[in-house]
Design a protein around this ligand. Structure first.
Ligand code: S3P
Length: 425
């Protein structure tokens, strides 16, 4: 797919539902007693993988447009699937389901696509095994396929070496079934959607600083959930609105949970003009409409506790920094290397191909902004966030940019290109 400079972006959009929250609503709904009704569900490939895994374990799930109805089987109602569970491209599906499966009374094999089979699973195998889980990496490489034989679990206090909501959530879900309390302490607080949503489903879970604490549950209860727009999807239009001349975009209904809103803080630091309007809350998740206008941007430094709050937005932020005056330093972001692609390497290569002055570091990158950008051929490595980042950057560069594997946006934002196109009129 090809992109070239656009004159301006103007108008209103509503981005699809939050990916993290959509996954969790199906998972917790499946484990609950009664019906869970989910509105503004993200019908992207990743969340559909979660649905098909739970359907394969005997949960009845109806989908109609962006409304999903989950007829929960109760905490102990999952059935042994007849075949291997396929998590597709989804790390969230793989790691969170592994926590749940560790406590069932059957054996399952869990796998996914080529990218999933390279992503590190030791980070969940280690803590879940300490709880008593029996998990084996089929090829002995600490990656999927994983064979999980459910067993009785005990609560632990896990000091996680990484700030990862997938790791934390996997352990907390196992903790629902463990004897005694389970605690997870992170170096920095990662997104807390699991804690908020499990609590609304009736679980005894709370947070003390960077420690999440859960007690075993007797039952969860079905809920009605309104999924906020995904700030990680809104990020592309936020950045586009700031960078492209003469632009003004209103992005409606975006989730602004403080464990996810780092991009807003960083864009403001860089001189971005953004207003949060109509702030409201649903199920503990704050939401706002975001009005963004073209701005003069300057470089910044990003590291430490803010990193988990914008981890998925770093590719777009790195691209934004190329159009800002001065230097931007991104550090403490080594986790980018183990996402759907190695996002440090892929970003540095792609930005350099477009004429940016950027260098790779051990845990991030340094971008010297303000250089004119030109079009290039960019391999997305089938990483949805890389494809969307370079599509936006292609709209700011001289000449033509071609994205290889552009269709991978169906993972998290199936109608991304149509929404972008609509804002150019
Ligand atoms: C997610 C957590 C993050 C994020 C991913 C979704 C989640 O991963 O990058 O897209 O839903 O819990 P890590 O927990 O591995 O940082």
């Amino acid at each position: 797919m090809k992109f070239s400079a656009v004159r301006r972006l103007h108008g209103e959009i509503t981005v699809p539902g939050d990916k993290s929250i959509s996954h969790r609503s199906v998972m917790f709904g499946s484990l609950a007693k009664g019906t869970t009704e989910i509105h503004h569900f993200l019908r992207g490939a990743d969340c559909l993988s979660t649905i098909s895994c739970f359907q394969a374990m005997g949960v009845a799930i109806d989908i109609s447009g962006d409304i999903v109805i989950v007829h929960g089987n109760g905490l102990h109602g999952l059935k042994k699937p007849e075949a291997i569970l396929d998590c597709g491209n989804s790390g969230t599906t793989t790691r969170l389901i592994a926590g749940i499966l560790s406590a069932q009374d059957f054996e399952v094999t869990l796998t996914g696509d080529a990218s999933i089979q390279k992503r590190p699973m030791k980070r969940i195998i280690t803590p879940l095994s300490r709880m008593g889980a029996r998990i084996r990496s089929l090829h002995n490489n600490d990656c999927a396929p994983l064979v999980i034989s459910g067993s009785p679990l005990n609560g632990i206090h896990y000091l996680s070496p990484v700030a990862s909501a997938q790791v934390k959530s996997s352990i907390l879900l196992a903790g629902l079934y463990a004897s005694g309390e389970t605690r997870v302490t992170e170096p920095y607080l990662s997104r807390n959607h699991t804690e908020l949503m499990l609590s609304s489903f009736g679980a005894d879970v709370h947070t003390e600083e960077t420690t999440a604490i859960i007690k075993p549950a007797k039952e969860l209860y079905g809920q009605k959930i309104e999924v906020p727009g995904d700030i990680s999807s809104a990020a592309f239009f936020l950045a586009a609105g700031l960078m492209i001349p003469d632009s003004e975009i209103l992005i409606r209904g975006v989730g602004i949970n403080p464990t996810r809103d780092g991009i807003l803080r960083v864009c403001r630091d860089m001189g971005g003009k953004m207003e949060l309007l109509n702030i409201r809350e649903n199920g503990g998740e704050p939401t706002a409409d975001i009005l963004v206008k073209t701005s003069v941007l300057h470089g910044t430094e990003i590291g430490g506790a803010v990193i988990p709050t914008l981890i998925d937005e770093l590719p777009m932020i790195a691209a934004l920094a190329c159009l800002a005056e001065g230097e931007t330093i991104i550090r403490d972001a080594a986790e980018l290397k183990v996402k759907e692609s190695n996002r440090i390497e892929v970003m540095v290569r792609g930005l350099s191909a477009m004429g940016a002055d950027v260098s790779e570091t051990d845990d991030g990158m340094i971008i010297r902004g303000g250089k004119p950008l030109h079009g290039a051929v960019i391999d997305s490595h089938l990483d949805h966030r890389i494809a969307m980042t370079f599509a936006i950057l292609g709209c700011c560069a001289q000449g033509e940019t071609e994205i290889i594997g552009a269709e991978c946006v169906n993972i998290s934002y199936p109608r991304f290109y149509q929404d972008l196109e609509r804002l150019t009129h």
